[in-house]
Write a protein that binds this ligand. Sequence first.
Ligand code: CA
Ligand code: CA
Ligand code: CA
Ligand code: CA
Length: 318
Amino acid sequence: MRLTLKVMTILAALAFAACTGNSPPAFAPGTDTDTDSDSDSDSDSDSDSDSDSDSDSDSDSDSDSDSDSDSDSDSDSDSDCEGNGHDEDGDGLDDNCDNCPTYPNGGQNDDDDDGIGDACEASWNHDLLDDIHIFDPFIGTQAEWAPSGGDWSYGDDSVFGQANPGGGNYFRAPFIDTAPYSVEATFYNGASSSMTPSYTGVVFAAHEETGYPDYIAYYTCLYEHPTGTLSAWMYDGGTYIEFVDSTEGIDDPATSEQWRKVRAFYNGTDAVCTYEDEAGGYGELGLSGGEVWGDMSGNGGLRLYTTSATFTSFAIYL
Ligand SMILES: [Ca+2]
Ligand SMILES: [Ca+2]
Ligand SMILES: [Ca+2]
Ligand SMILES: [Ca+2]
């Protein structure tokens, strides 16, 4: 019986070789056709039918079933991402594989191991956040965006916005109804930003306000260049926008060719506006108590007032 099986195996191998054009393998004593001592048909020492030394069925050297060299179950070479072919911050890591896609951080340091890089958590209380919920580098479609005042041009890796006179918002879906959250916009102020005042930043907590049907109420965190002022404003959905608070004299060493970034952070009780720039400038403004609504849920987005700016990316962290 064993002899019959072996003859049939040899015939099958010869038939396969004839079909593929390859030479038949060298045969060795035993019930299989390979040169090692296990029971499969290849020449390595494990029990599967491929040519590597691990126990799965693919040809790489790790223990999962895909074709790359790491230990997860997807087919690319990093831990858990599928790239979008774009690297917003130019640090060598695809946006979808970057634990902080708007700050160059090639080392990907993440001290608290929550999936968001230290570079994204350096400023006020952002270490409470552990999910890059939305990252929009403005390379896709504008389906999730809705303008409200101003002119907004989405695409080609940026959004150019202009609102003068008056202000304009560019709202991004989806609605955020949890806390904590952070809304972040990265932008360049062009030559026209020498206009005064020149407010650029984010809108957040934008929602239909009870008592003002068909009106959207919102907060904004705005940076004013060149005076170095970070300010917060509230619109109640009625007839006017109310100044809430400001911090003046912020260190602002960036040139018009360097990025600036405004974030609005809400922890469930208080809100904080922060400013950062590529040259290391930083400022922050805290809002608490009566300066913040009870319900700060809503949409985030981009905001301009009496100026133009080129926004390069938008993000919401939860
Ligand atoms: Ca990157
Ligand atoms: Ca990065
Ligand atoms: Ca982290
Ligand atoms: Ca971009």
